[in-house]
Ligand binder design. Structure first.
Ligand code: PLP
Length: 406
């Protein structure tokens, strides 16, 4: 049994690929290419691994799935059924999370742009926290909370120390004075948490350390002004689970714990907002070679409109029609968009021979691909959810017109 891309749900079997307990040839009989497959069991494994690792070290950790990584209702339902909370950026996600049954006390919501409608619904439903990237929103949240006779908990997103980061609040003398005055005067808000999310796809302990340091500095500055948030939100940023092994994750969690002890922050409640780790390696694209050149370029019937660079996936490509052939010949892979910029991979190790109509399996496409996808005027892909031998079509291009949230 040979795993593909380190994924235990992708196994080479004879000349076929077993996707969980169903063969790729079976799935190819259900749809034209390109199409997506999501692996329910992989999502559940990932959720359980991350929670197990962090709960073994912290007795005060809470996990919120970052919906923006993959907001398909069926995916969010799986994560909900594992008892995880939700981290949301907008009203469509809030409506979806509530509809699925995420309890408001397990929802944190916010982003760089907060509409009046979003604030009203969040306060009215009693979400756990509204995340504020700009302190100008505190006035409006207080006003709405007062009108609704509520006290709204607030999480402040602190700008991380990453070069050129523009997101979040920069704690300067001026902003601190302003913040202190807001907190004193606005009686219907309460600052409970500070958040720092450094970046996505963090592969080094150093990046996680920098993130904790940002929070420690922020906490120091805030407590100097008499503000003492009870919770620390470390954001997300973990790579796909097949890229970061459980052992590495344990090492990372232990390192975070040590950092928090060093900074005297270990008694706080710890929040995490993983997106990619839960869903990244649960997603596959099945595509077809539609063209090739003499200088080892192949072109697929998919491109950056569905598998965008912005998604920062750890893409892996396999010639599924020759799955047992060595993949050790440098090949470049282009997409279907009529621009030279539509490159999926350059000098990627692929089979020696390749032909039009052959099937290509792309792994690690479960996070941010649909989020960042755009409407280039081609058809959208069908989407299937696989669990054991069961296959459910969760997006059907004939019936469903779009997977966007409204
Ligand atoms: C504030 C915040 N939290 C969590 C996430 C999820 O990140 P990831 O999918 O890398 O875990 C993001 C992603 O951009 C984010 O901006």
């Amino acid at each position: 049994m040979k795993k593909i891309a380190g994924n235990p749900y992708l196994i080479k079997e004879d000349n076929d690929i077993l996707i969980d307990s169903i063969s790729l040839s079976n799935l190819l009989g259900r749809s034209k290419t390109p199409f997506f497959i999501f692996l329910e069991n992989k999502i559940r494994d990932n959720v359980r691994t991350l929670t197990r690792v962090f709960k073994s070290l912290f007795d005060n950790v809470q996990v919120f799935y970052s919906f923006k990584a993959n907001f398909l209702p069926e995916i969010c339902k799986i994560i909900h059924s594992e008892g995880i909370g939700a981290e949301l950026v907008g009203l469509p996600e809030l409506k979806l999370a509530l509809e699925i049954g995420f309890p408001p006390e397990k929802i944190i919501i916010g982003g760089p742009y907060l509409t009046k409608e979003l604030i009203e619904m969040s306060v009215d439903k009693g979400v756990k926290e509204i995340i504020v990237y700009n302190i100008k929103y505190l006035k409006q949240i207080d006003y709405i909370a007062k009108k609704l006779n509520k006290i709204q908990n607030i999480c402040l997103r602190i700008r991380s120390s990453k070069f050129e980061s523009k997101l979040g609040i920069q704690l300067t003398n001026k902003s601190l004075i302003e913040l202190v005055s807001f907190v004193k005067n606005y009686k219907n808000i309460k600052v409970t948490t500070i958040l720092s999310h450094y970046t996505t796809q963090m592969n080094s302990l150093e990046q996680f350390n920098k993130n904790v340091k940002t929070l420690a500095n922020a906490f120091h500055l805030l407590s100097g002004q008499g503000l003492n948030p009870m919770n620390i939100n470390l954001g997300g940023g973990f790579p796909e689970a097949t890229i970061m092994s459980e052992k590495q994750l344990e090492k990372l969690a232990l390192n975070i714990k040590r950092q928090l002890v060093n900074y005297n922050l270990d008694r706080k409640n710890i929040y995490l907002e993983p997106g990619r780790y839960f869903v990244g390696d649960s997603g596959l694209i099945i595509a077809k070679i539609v063209n090739k050149t003499d200088n080892r370029w192949i072109f697929l019937d998919i491109g950056n409109h569905i598998c965008p660079k912005f998604a920062k996936c750890s893409l892996r490509f396999y010639n599924a029609s020759q799955i047992n052939s060595p993949h050790k010949y440098k090949t470049s892979i282009g997409g279907i968009i009529p621009t030279d910029q539509d490159v999926l991979a350059k000098d990627y190790f692929f089979t020696k021979e390749f032909n039009e109509e052959e099937i290509v399996l792309i792994t690690n496409v479960g996070a941010y691909t649909l989020t960042f996808s755009n409407r280039f005027p081609y058809g959208l892909p069908n989407i299937f959810l696989v669990k054991n031998k069961d296959v459910e079509q969760i997006f059907n291009t004939v019936i469903d017109h779009d997977f966007s949230l409204v």
